[in-house]
Design a protein around this ligand. Structure first.
Ligand SMILES: N[C@@H](Cc1c[nH]cn1)C(=O)NCC(=O)O
Length: 459
């Protein structure tokens, strides 16, 4: 049999097979993203006085809400669980790690659902953070467990896509996965608040998210069947044995400057997006005077825009290259938007326009950044590389909401209204740093020839 005939036997060389695999893992991730942001539009209820808002208010402070929102990253960062997740992925593979992560997501969701649906007396002192009500701390514990699962699932899915799409439409596939995930974010931002109100409690939205995560475990098990078939077909055509992961290879990863630029760009860019979304609904109400029932719809526009734009920019990267340029433009737009949000301009139309521009930025950077990693780092280290990048990103996801929660608390007037100038200036500063890093990445690409400005699809 000729080499060409052998290559055709690989399952991932079948277009329908690789897009089916992508669809399956993307759905699992989408359910995860729904749960990640299911609480964001509920901030006005969580921080309303206990019993207020037709009995839905939970009486949390802005500080408590910030502490809870950051919990997503606490175990990932402080217990290094995300870093270990990457090692587990490279050592034990996609099937084991994927199932482990989806089960962790579901388990964490159940803890959070239990906490929010029950009354607990007293408070707990959390060293280095502050004193929070027992309910907040248990909900944060559940969210921290969930966060470990969601991040490990994220790196696993990235590796799944690289496995199936290398040499094919890699950036487009990553863009489609991210776009599908954003559907989950948009659904959470748009519907979580009306759903909680209709069902008579915040915990109803969390329960819905937990049900979706349970479905996510089952969906991933279906992917495992495909993954096994892909491995069998790849083994049948392999001409050279694939090099395995060795701990000694980590040194090479740490010495790669381009890798660190990507990691810190990821930290700064995402610091300006995901933590911002946690506070955006209340920003719309307090700064732009949007009706509380509609306020979540404006932040929901952000992920909706990216649903189309991320695959679009991904296919531009696949065909024409210019990955570093796309990251620079995205970082500039992020800075512009947060800069405008910091200004004393209170028109809700302006808020919508800015949110749409932020959607373009949120399409540009992820569509170029994630497919650039395999150009800098070899496949055998990819799980660890994605894990380290996510780890550094999680430092921001963990600590920035805590910081912003405290800033909002400090800027709350006697009437309960928050002045967002300081908050939005902080977010704009993240954008400025992202611009600097993305330029450094472009220069490093010129020096090392990673090919970030080159197309991904091999002609
Ligand atoms: N590490 C994730 C963070 C995240 C936030 N919500 C769910 N996951 C990530 O950056 N994913 C890539 C992306 O662009 O969403």
């Amino acid at each position: 049999m000729s080499t060409t005939e052998k290559i055709q036997m690989k399952l991932s060389d079948s277009k329908s097979a690789r897009w089916t695999a992508l669809f399956i893992v993307s759905v699992t991730m989408m359910f995860g993203y729904f749960f990640t942001d299911v609480m964001s539009p509920l901030e006005p209820l969580l921080t309303a006085a206990k019993g207020a808002e037709n009995g839905l208010g939970l009486g949390w402070s802005s500080d408590e809400y910030g502490f809870f929102s950051g919990a997503y990253g606490y175990f990932n960062v402080f217990l290094l669980l995300l870093f270990f997740g990457g090692l587990i992925l490279d050592k034990f593979g996609i099937r084991f790690t994927g199932v482990l992560s989806t089960v962790l997501m579901f388990g964490g969701a159940l803890v959070k659902w239990y906490a929010v649906g029950h009354e607990f007396g007293g408070s707990v002192v959390v060293p280095f953070f502050g004193t929070y009500s027992t309910q907040v701390v248990i909900a944060a514990l559940g969210f921290a467990i969930y966060g470990v699962g969601c991040e490990i699932c994220g790196i696993t899915v990235s590796k799944v896509i690289v496995k199936w799409f290398t040499g094919h439409e890699l950036a487009l596939a990553m863009g489609v996965q991210v776009a599908t995930a954003r559907l989950g974010t948009a659904a959470a931002l748009g519907f979580s608040l009306p759903f909680a109100k209709a069902m008579g409690g915040v915990s109803a939205s969390i329960a819905l998210g937990a049900v979706l995560l349970c479905a996510g475990v089952l969906v991933y098990l279906v992917y495992c069947v495909m993954d096994k078939k892909e491995d069998a077909s790849a083994a049948a055509v392999a001409t050279e044995p694939e090099e395995g992961f060795k701990f000694s290879d980590l040194g090479g990863l740490f010495k790669t400057t381009g890798f660190w630029y990507v990691a810190f760009l990821c930290l700064m860019f995402y610091a300006g997006v995901f933590p911002f979304l946690k506070f955006a609904t209340k920003l719309m109400i307090f700064k732009y005077g949007v009706d509380a029932n509609l306020a979540g719809l404006i932040p929901a526009m952000l992920p909706f825009g990216t649903i189309f734009l991320t695959p679009f920019f991904g296919s531009i990267y696949d065909k024409y290259g210019k990955g570093a340029t796309l990251m620079i433009i995205g970082s500039c737009l992020l800075t512009l938007v947060h800069g405008v949000f910091a200004l004393p301009l209170n028109s809700w139309v302006l808020a919508i326009v800015m949110m749409l521009i932020l959607g373009v930025a949120f399409g540009l950077v992820p569509s170029a950044m994630w497919p650039s990693v395999p150009k800098i780092i070899p496949m055998k280290l990819l799980g660890t590389a994605y894990a380290l990048i996510f780890y550094i990103q999680n430092i921001g996801l963990a600590l920035i909401p805590v910081w912003i929660g405290k800033v909002n608390q400090a800027n709350t007037g006697a009437d309960g209204v928050i002045d967002y100038t300081e908050t939005m200036t902080i977010f704009a500063a993240f954008g400025v740093i992202a611009i600097v890093i993305s330029f450094l990445l472009l220069l490093e690409d010129k020096r090392k020839g990673y090919g970030l400005q080159q197309p991904n699809v091999k002609k």
